[in-house]
Design a protein around this ligand. Structure first.
Ligand code: PLP
Length: 423
């Protein structure tokens, strides 16, 4: 199936007389006739549900759809994008381990890695997405367990050179994890370019209507953990907290990573998406391919307007000809990148804040990738914990305005921007 058909159809096929829409299984628990049947579930010997803190059928239908969209073998929904990125790394790295990450990532992910996970004993080395192969090579250590980056970074709009990062990760025998939130699988499928694991903040385009916070974690099933059993003991040696199951032996490469994330991390952290939110997310997924085209069309028009306007200091949009990342975007996202445009208003930080105050249509929100146009000044909000040096490494200048084009008519967005630029 092509991507549009997958968005609409994958994940759930009702049988005769069953509901056409995915059922919302709003139940914490599931009934069994005998304790023995339930024991098999606890031993991971049979498939089934027993408690929604670990798994829920509605969630699994939606996760299966996203896995199909990405071309992966297995997936899970999480309560947020933050939880998805935490699980993606923590499923294979623990105290004493190290991860190489692009420095150009969402501020919340940077904080999760550089502060919270560091406190848990996991060290991160941040490299520029534009680093040379030698610089990337120098970031690895013997205890490195993964490489992480964002397809299109929020809000810097840098485009990750998948092949460069995948090559380095695989040369060191570690998986390449990609946060594909901004591009979505409609515009880019990182597994086709060497990524092994993909994450999403489904809160963004996938939901698309600002209805529910959520995340997704998808495995390509291609990374061979068994080649490096000492590096990935959690996947290749018995899990004593699960009756001695060895995930790679029992579930194969296609299922080991997500089963471990479910059996251990969901069990212990419980960051599951509510079935109700999974239902809303599925409604969003059904139109994702139609909406992404419109988000991208509007962003192209807005970026072209900004580039031609001399009240604007600079514009960044990966699909705008002349953009620093234009060639990479064309290679990895030939049909469009995302609906977010970054730019600077002449006059710096103060002018940016005044400009935002004059906008009438675009709302000031921390949110992004929504049906309704929204905008943000990251340096004073989402990225305010960062020093100027860290901001520069993340590609966020003090005057940067992040403008997320919604699904309105582009002429109205441009008219609103134009009147707001009259400072
Ligand atoms: C690229 C990216 N990853 C992860 C996140 C975190 O997602 P959530 O807000 O759903 O926890 C965000 C949020 O903006 C994001 O933009």
């Amino acid at each position: 199936m092509s991507i549009g058909t997958t968005c609409v159809q994958a994940g759930y096929t009702p049988g005769n007389g069953e509901p056409r829409q995915i059922p919302i299984i709003q139940s914490t628990t599931f009934k069994y006739a005998t304790g023995a049947e339930m024991a098999k579930l606890f031993d991971l010997e049979s498939n089934g549900y027993f408690y929604t803190r670990l798994q829920n059928p509605t969630n699994d239908m939606v996760a299966a759809k996203i896995a199909a969209m990405e071309g992966g073998t297995a997936g899970m929904l999480t309560s947020s994008g933050q939880a998805a990125n935490f699980y993606a790394v923590f499923n294979i790295a623990s105290c004493g381990d190290h991860v190489v990450s692009s420095s150009s990532i969402y501020g919340g992910t940077y904080n999760l890695f550089a502060v919270t996970m560091k406190r848990m004993g996991i060290d991160f080395t941040f490299v520029s997405p534009d680093c040379t192969e030698d610089e990337l090579e120098a970031a690895f250590r013997p205890n490195t367990k993964a490489v992480f980056g964002e397809t299109i970074a929020n809000p810097a709009l840098t485009v990750l050179d998948f092949e460069k990062f995948a090559r380095a990760a695989h040369a060191h025998g570690v998986p390449f994890i990609v946060d594909n939130t901004f591009a979505t699988p409609v515009n880019c499928r990182p597994f086709e370019w060497g990524a092994d694991i993909v994450t999403h903040s489904t809160t963004k385009y996938m939901d698309g209507h600002g209805a529910g916070v959520g995340g997704a974690l998808i495995d390509s099933g291609r990374f061979d953990w068994t080649k490096y059993p000492e590096r990935f003991p959690g996947l290749c040696t018995p899990d004593e907290s699960y009756h001695g199951v060895t995930y790679t032996e029992r579930f194969g490469l296609a299922g080991a990573y997500i089963t471990k994330a479910t059996a251990q991390l969901m069990r212990d952290f419980g960051s599951i998406q509510s079935p109700q939110n999974a239902f809303y997310l599925n409604l969003g997924l059904e139109s994702l391919h139609v909406r992404m085209a419109r988000h991208c069309e509007n962003a192209c028009k807005v970026a072209a307007f900004l580039k031609a306007d001399d009240r604007v200091a600079w514009v960044q949009y990966p699909s705008l000809e002349g953009d620093k990342y234009y060639e990479l975007a064309k290679k990895y996202m030939p049909n469009g990148s995302c609906g977010v445009v970054s730019f600077g208003v002449k006059g710096g930080r103060e002018a940016a804040e005044r400009f935002m105050g004059r906008l009438k249509l675009a709302a000031i929100e921390t949110h992004v990738a929504d049906a309704r146009t929204c905008t943000l000044h990251p340096a004073s909000t989402t990225h305010r914990q960062m020093s100027d040096k860290e901001l520069a490494a993340a590609g966020v200048s003090p005057d940067l305005v992040r403008y997320s084009c919604g699904l309105e008519d582009a002429e109205d967005l441009i008219a609103d921007i134009s009147q707001a630029l009259d400072l």
